[in-house]
Design a protein around this ligand. Structure first.
Ligand code: F6P
Length: 482
């Protein structure tokens, strides 16, 4: 087990690599998470690395309380060799930070999701939530400060922790701090929706880092623009640096790629084969359009469904010949906007089936349970993948499909996804708001000649795996040392 003040590499994120659930007898069961960060961290072999995250549920909080000093050491909860420290925060503070600010204000801001005649409204309740967000960020900074060895490298992840770099630097000026944003950064005119004090706090929060990383140059430049306009900071747009109050923060672009080796192996395990057989039976000899998302406002599922409906209405030759498989698993159901959106996705799916289904053809299969093996089966089967977010930091589905696809898969991709920067050459680009344009793109994708599809898929897979998670993680560490 790592010594409590000797961590040389620390990672901080809201959602950690493990979660707990409590059984009917109260016993806690540990579940390991997946995702880029978990794979990325597996690249370092350091017994003194620590991952600091929040307890997200009552079961997590119980687990955190049961472990010595709130720490889940390697004896109990080893995650690829790293110790995990789960912060047992006041549930109200956590709710204010996670639901109230991170996933409402900051998520809506950076994805440009506000319906501005009515939202946002920065009233007294919003001010309260902001205080919770500040307290939550301070708790992370204090935990990191307590664990880090002198001169340690601290990699702070994502918008939930925007204030941490500055708070941590105040506590521990000796540390090397990097910040990475997994979502887009809002353009300056939109970012100004935030009250000035909060806008400044978010920017100076990030600028507390030595390095701030983004998935694309576009998001890095948007951040720099906000620093110039809101803070009057000195910005070098070519060299990607921001100088403010005597300190320089270097901006970096690290475009997270798919984990090709893992995906290829995982996609051929028996549980995936089983699901593939079931999907094949459901789809029959027809073409398949696949989408896989969290049911998330920014993913633009509703317009995707409308585009499919338009395809069937305007090109009747596809009726009975194509099936749209949509996996839209639930996310952030504490927020009313997400619950309403989930209901809209279900409603439109039912409408599509009611309008077009025949005795032997179901035009749309919507599934809402999260099942990674089934997603991989769908990737293997897909003739067309639809990835049409309004805005997205990266979008790993767009990168995973070409890696796993069996017969070649045409990719219809939003130009507003970070992945577009690397995949533009071989994907079919769409404006995510343009329903008719998306329907045309689906038609083009469905009619793409087989050889062209295979060739494009090969090139897409190569581009998608250019920076696998392990290398992505090591690059950030290296950038911090340089
Ligand atoms: O990539 C953005 C992100 O918010 C991650 O930080 C997060 O783990 C993921 O999407 C899923 O969101 P949530 O943790 O709120 O379920």
């Amino acid at each position: 087990m790592a010594d409590l003040t000797s961590a040389r590499i620390l990672v901080a994120s809201n959602r950690g690599p493990v979660s707990f659930s409590s059984g009917p007898d109260g016993a806690l069961t540990l579940k390991r998470g997946g995702g880029g960060l978990v794979s990325g961290l597996s690249a370092i072999d350091d017994p003194n690395a620590v991952w600091v995250c929040a307890a997200l549920s009552e079961a997590d909080r119980q687990a955190a309380r049961q472990s010595p000093q709130g720490r889940l050491d390697r004896g109990g909860f080893d995650v690829g060799g790293q110790a995990v420290r789960m912060l047992d925060l006041d549930p109200e503070v956590f709710d204010q930070a996670y639901n109230g600010v991170a996933n409402s204000t900051l998520w809506f801001l950076h994805h440009q999701l506000y319906n501005t005649p009515v939202a946002p409204a920065f009233d007294a309740e919003a001010a309260q939530r902001w205080q919770g967000f500040t307290a939550y960020n301070r708790a992370f900074a204090e935990a990191l400060a307590a664990e880090a060895a002198p001169g340690a490298a601290v990699l702070v992840q994502d918008y939930h922790l925007s204030l941490v770099p500055e708070l941590l630097r105040e506590l521990r000026p000796d540390l090397r701090i990097s910040y990475f944003l997994h979502i887009p950064w809002a353009p300056a005119d939109y970012f100004r929706l935030l009250p000035e004090e909060q806008a400044r706090a978010v920017l100076t929060g990030v600028l507390g880092a030595d390095r701030a990383g983004f998935h694309t140059r576009r998001w890095a430049l948007a951040f720099a623009e906000c620093c110039a306009e809101v803070l009057d900071a000195e910005v070098d747009r070519t060299g990607l640096t921001v100088r403010h109050q005597g300190r320089t923060t270097r901006l970096g672009v690290h475009s997270l790629g798919a984990d090709g080796e893992f995906l290829r192996e995982r996609a051929h395990r028996p549980d995936v084969d089983e699901r593939l057989a079931a999907l094949r039976a459901a789809v029959g000899p027809r073409r398949t359009i696949v989408r896989v998302d969290r049911t998330e406002l920014s993913k633009n599922i509703v317009r995707g469904l409308l585009a499919y409906r338009h395809l069937l209405r305007s090109r009747p030759e596809w009726r009975g010949k194509v099936v749209h498989v949509a996996f839209a698993y639930p996310s952030r159901q504490d927020l009313v906007e997400y619950r309403d959106y989930t209901a809209a996705v279900r409603r439109i799916s039912e409408e599509i089936n009611a309008e077009f289904a025949t005795a032997d053809w179901q035009p749309l299969i919507l599934q809402v349970e999260d099942d990674f093996a089934r997603s991989l089966a769908a990737y293997r089967l897909a003739d067309v993948a639809l990835v049409n977010p309004i805005r997205d930091g990266m979008n790993l589905v767009a990168k995973e499909v070409p890696v796993v696809s069996e017969a070649g898969c045409a990719l219809v991709l939003s130009r507003e996804a970070g992945a577009w920067a690397e995949l533009a050459e071989d994907a079919i680009g769409i404006n995510p708001y343009d329903v008719l344009g998306t329907a045309d793109a689906l038609h083009r994708a469905l009619t793409m000649p087989a050889d062209e599809r295979t060739e494009r898929t090969k090139r897409l897979a190569a581009a998608a795996t250019a920076l696998p998670p392990q290398q992505w993680f090591l690059d950030q560490l290296a950038a911090l040392s340089s």
